[in-house]
Design a protein around this ligand. Sequence first.
Ligand code: SF4
Length: 384
Amino acid sequence: MASTVSRKPPNRRNLPPADLSHWQRDCQALPIEMLRRSLLQWYSAQGRTLPWRGETDPYRVWVSEIMLQQTQVKTVIPYYHRWLAAFPTVADLAQADRQQVLKLWEGLGYYARCRHLHQAAQIIVTEYGGQFPTTLEDVLTLPGIGRTTAGGILSAIANQPLAILDGNVKRVLARLTALPVPPARALGPLWELSSQLIDPNHGRDFNQAIMDLGATVCLPKQPLCLLCPWRSPCLAHTQNLQTQLPMREATAPLPHKNIGVAVIQNDQGQVLIDRRKEEGLLGGLWEFPGGKLEGDETVQACIQREIREELGIEIEVGDHLITLDHAYTHFRITLNVHYCRHLRGTPQPLESQEVRWVALDALRDYPFPKANGKIIDALLGGDR
Ligand code: SF4
């Protein structure tokens, strides 16, 4: 399925600029000292207890920050513990095999994070003597680390007053100031505001406090304003706009792709899987081969064509195994999975890195995307 899940998110920098001069003037009048003090007081009483909170080992903080990108805390916690048990230091990670690293990340999604983490560990070992860099400039050169992640790490490990702007912070700031446009149209001004607000002496606590406020009080759908330390200066609250802000872009329905997928078995009962190329959304993971239906092609015809193009072999398409719907951030797919029988030809990795015949009971040793994991469940639970 080399080309079916490689679409990139739209480039937000292409959005038209908004006139925010009135809003920016109002931001200048914010009671900065009061906002800092009330947030830090709230945090000392109400801040969350998290496994990485208070951690000053840069490697552990960095792993937590990367896992938390686009993923909820409760999902991250077990992965964080398993990861540190397998790779306790940056040197352990740098030396690890890529497949082992991807297997540990399996199910957490956004696999580029994992590949970048591995790659950055190798850079830290070779170029920084195993020590995590301590300047913003150096940290930003590492793969997979943007400004928010860098600010999160350096503020946590060294109390540096570096602003962050993740989804939680954008929502809190948009409500606090009644931002009159969707946050994606005001990223520069929001960065300025976040930098203006951060407490120069308490960078660590301030960043963690504002993230906690977004995660536990200023919730996306039903903000708990009565519990909020910022309710008196918050413009969304005073104007009763808290459930209408932040403003959203009008969104088009997600594009949908219909995919034919082959579970190809040989006479020994082994199954054929292939490993995706390194780049792209699911790069480096294993999958069952297949591809997108073209025109009014049937699923069976699609599978036969794709297998010929991807692997250079002939197969017979047999019974239906399972149909699965799966949503990625920017598109949805339906996987129409069929049992297939290998007829002739030696499989070649024409559109992948590698192909392999694998015994059924060894399938779970390989890192697969989540939707393929359900195919394995169906296959192992089936009675063929
Ligand atoms: S008062 Fe309500 S809307 Fe404003 S920051 Fe607090 S929780 Fe969010």
